[in-house]
Write a protein that binds this ligand. Structure first.
Ligand code: TRP
Length: 522
């Protein structure tokens, strides 16, 4: 077990690990996706399911993912293989293949954020920008972030930005934990600093508190909707970086005696703390400037926030730049973890070098990200209802974001809870934990989490296929209207085939003993 561990890399300090894991958790999910989900599901209606999800799903599943990593010293598929056998390994690879699909569009969004960041010192905050298709082809009288964005994505700049972001990811991952740790020591404190700057600015503007009220006033009616629950659960999984094996990969570089209860509490509270701060900052701007976000996921952070910033009495370019710089560094510390999950698993299984593992991921990854950003993909015929690249992203996000994380979480709970044994996992974790887990942990992992997750998945799948259209099927995509029907299959078949090949096409080199519960376990 520990024999190969030193070659795999190890965190220099607990702080390094906490910075890396919280850097993974805090990302576009906390700023872009959280604000758009909270807005879409009606602010106050979102909170109750979200809060419940933190304690009932988020923290217990994180303890599970951390525990799997540090007790086995291996990435997600092998950690599951050692604990529950081949079926576990299969779901491990399935999750990592899904991670690759998510990484593709995650990096594309980061590329656009980088483009907007440069734009803050370019023409983003100047009037008169136009895009080649209506209704954005009219010169604007004031600065308009929407027009700037649609203009930007019809150029080749985002392609360059996406390549820069992939390059930065490779650079940070090049020497594994050593280079990751160096990056997160700078980026993670910096992003807290910027976020605090933004919230102070937002709240000190007159009327800033109204947004906070909208966000926090409970709305009991809204929670009757199944989609609110799916949205809240998926958002919690995504935000905490669960369900794609990321946290297991990071925890596999920890010593066996790490206190995983403590680590999980620290990381999840830091993540949710950041998310609340981001939510307050964003919603305060929204209300101060009476902004009405239209359209999809990106609109709040890409259009509404810069629009708010452009109305600041001073420091427009500086705050605009800081906001997008914040997105870029918060996103980078997450995208590296999305890539490190599969990279460490490939290194473990194929015994290949890190450079080779990173190339195996980066080649399809870059191609995928580029697909979202090529100007050719932008179809002028869509009349501003969206662009093909954005619609593609939205549909892929719908399936991968909502279903892969929750499905992996569901299967992991069933396998570890019932096959390996929740009590055994609890005993292993408790051995080094200051705050001991009680029997409630077993009940959560064996019953409550799978019932909630399974219920939400089934409930949503039913509404997915009983509606008039498959997701995205109602959007006017011209000649490309078949795309929303194909994407779920591309994702499902792609992830399943990848998982089957990695699980059954190859086997691990050395015999792999399962971790034992400590003998003192009661
Ligand atoms: N948690 C990150 C965010 O909020 C994204 C992320 C990184 C992620 N690694 C993950 C999401 C693993 C799900 C699973 O932006």
């Amino acid at each position: 077990m520990a024999e190969k561990k030193s070659n795999r890399g190890a965190w220099n300090s607990k702080l390094g690990f906490i910075l890396a894991a919280s850097g993974s958790a805090i990302g576009l999910g906390n700023i872009v996706f959280f604000s758009s989900n909270a807005y879409q599901y009606g602010g106050g209606a979102f909170y109750l399911p979200y809060f419940l999800a933190l304690f009932v799903l988020g923290i217990p599943v994180m303890i599970l993912e951390f525990g799997l990593g540090s007790t086995t010293g291996r990435a997600f598929p092998e950690a599951l293989y050692r604990t529950v056998g081949k079926k576990g390994e299969f779901i491990g690879w399935w999750a990592l293949s899904s991670a690759l699909f998510i990484t593709m569009y995650y990096v594309a969004i980061l590329g656009w954020a980088l483009g907007m960041m440069f734009g803050a010192f370019g023409s983003l905050f100047e009037a008169g920008a136009t895009a080649p298709f209506p209704p954005f082809s009219q010169p604007t009288t004031g600065p308009s972030a929407i027009t700037y964005f649609f203009n930007l994505i019809t150029t080749w700049w985002p392609l360059l930005c996406v390549l820069i972001i992939w390059g930065l990811n490779m650079l940070i991952l090049w020497k594994g934990t050593a280079t990751i740790e160096r990056a997160v020591r700078i980026f993670v404190p910096l992003m807290w600093l910027f976020m605090i700057g933004l919230i102070v600015r937002g709240l000190t503007l007159e009327g800033g508190l109204d947004g906070v009220l909208y966000l926090f006033t409970p709305d009991i009616e809204g929670i009757k909707e199944p989609t609110v629950w799916r949205g809240a659960f998926s958002q919690m999984f995504f935000s905490l970086s669960l369900g794609l094996g990321t946290m297991t990969a990071y925890a596999s570089y920890l010593p066996k005696d790490a206190d995983q209860v403590n680590n999980s509490l620290l990381v999840s509270f830091m993540n949710c703390g950041f998310e609340y701060i981001a939510g307050v900052a964003i919603f305060s701007l929204l209300f101060v400037f009476a902004l009405n976000p239209v359209g999809g996921t990106l609109s709040l952070s890409f259009f509404a926030i810069p629009q708010g910033i452009s109305a600041f009495p001073w420091g427009v370019r500086l705050f605009g730049f800081l906001f997008f710089f914040l997105l870029v560094i918060a996103g980078l510390t997450s995208s590296i973890s999305l890539i490190e999950g599969p990279a460490s698993a490939l290194i473990d299984k194929l015994r290949i070098s890190r450079a080779k593992a990173l190339s195996i991921i980066a080649i399809p990854g870059v191609i995928g990200s580029v697909c979202y950003t090529l100007p050719q993909v932008i179809d002028p015929g869509l009349n501003g209802n969206g662009t093909l690249g954005l619609s593609l992203l939205d549909v892929m996000d719908h399936w991968a974001f909502n279903y892969s994380l929750l499905t992996t979480g569901f299967v992991t709970c069933i396998l570890v809870g019932w096959v390996f044994g929740a009590a055994k996992m609890r005993a292993i974790v408790n051995e080094h934990a200051k705050i001991k887990l009680g029997v409630w942990f077993d009940i959560l992992i064996k019953f409550i989490a799978p019932i909630l997750l399974g219920g939400v998945i089934i409930w949503n799948l039913i509404s997915e296929f009983t509606g008039d259209n498959i997701y995205g099927g109602g959007v006017d995509l011209g000649a490309y209207s078949w795309i929303p029907y194909v994407i779920p299959f591309v994702w499902l078949i792609g992830a399943t085939a990848g998982a089957a090949y990695m699980t059954f096409g190859r086997s691990y080199a050395s015999p792999t003993p399962a971790p034992e519960a400590p003998s003192t376990h009661a």
